[in-house]
Design a binder for this molecule. Structure first.
Ligand code: SF4
Length: 227
């Protein structure tokens, strides 16, 4: 079928209802036990899988336990300690610089504002949103990662292209109380069913409302190109 609801607000409602039912317990899949670990894990997860990050942080978090540990780390040794993570050399640089800023400007603590977080090395708005939501219980926006970008466009929830514009656009149609779970629901569905190259439209709980459904649409709205 693949017929979206008349308005984006109604489309959001049906998407949320169905995905809450399909993934009732979904949440962040990175492992952490405090705010610093969360921040480090999210920085490492950029363009890398959460599984890989969790593998590496299992030992990393035993060796580096405070902001000082990162600030004083030998960058080459730290790069070695996160070997296996995408762009591990760059990220080792981010972590040492981040550690220095945390020590010098925040008493070694992870700050709780968007502006202070995005001033840290390697921290953009997406990372800051995750840290605010899961470290400080502050929900200031919607985390837009590659899954959220792809599914929001496929499902006709936004036509914007950049994560920043998509976030702003979605904040106008997704109820604020759902901002945090919206991300996790779309990520879960993106991983389980609606993957980038070969989505399983046959098995999708959103097929009847999806304007990109392969069953009766020729174009993938995520890319704007033919399936
Ligand atoms: S799996 Fe297919 S029908 Fe379901 S949301 Fe993705 S593109 Fe749409």
């Amino acid at each position: 079928m693949g017929t979206p609801r008349d308005s984006r607000e109604e489309q959001v409602t049906v998407v949320l209802d169905r995905l809450y039912e399909a993934y009732p317990d979904t949440t962040i899949s990175l492992n952490f036990s405090n705010r610093l670990e969360l921040l480090v894990a999210v920085v490492l997860s950029a363009q890398c899988t959460d599984e890989r990050v969790n593998d590496v942080t299992e030992t990393l978090f035993e060796k580096y336990q405070t902001a000082e540990d990162y600030a004083n780390a030998d960058e080459a040794e730290l790069a070695d300690d996160i070997y296996g993570i995408t762009f591990h050399n760059n990220k080792a640089g981010y972590l040492t610089s981040m550690g220095e800023t945390l020590v010098e400007e925040h008493d070694g603590e992870v700050p709780d504002t968007m502006s202070a977080l995005t001033d840290l090395s390697g921290v953009g708005r997406k990372t800051a949103n995750v840290v605010l939501q899961h470290g400080h219980d502050v929900v200031e926006g919607i985390v837009v990662d590659t899954h959220v970008r792809r599914l929001s466009r496929r499902l006709g929830l936004t036509a914007e292209e950049t994560p920043e514009k998509i976030e702003r656009d979605l904040m106008g149609v997704v109820p604020e109380s759902d901002w945090q779970q919206f991300t996790h629901l779309l990520i879960s569905h993106g991983r389980a069913v609606c993957d980038a190259r070969n989505p399983s439209c046959d098995d999708c709980v959103l097929e009847d409302v999806c304007p990109s459904s392969k069953l009766d649409h020729d174009v993938d709205l995520a890319s704007g190109e033919a399936w």
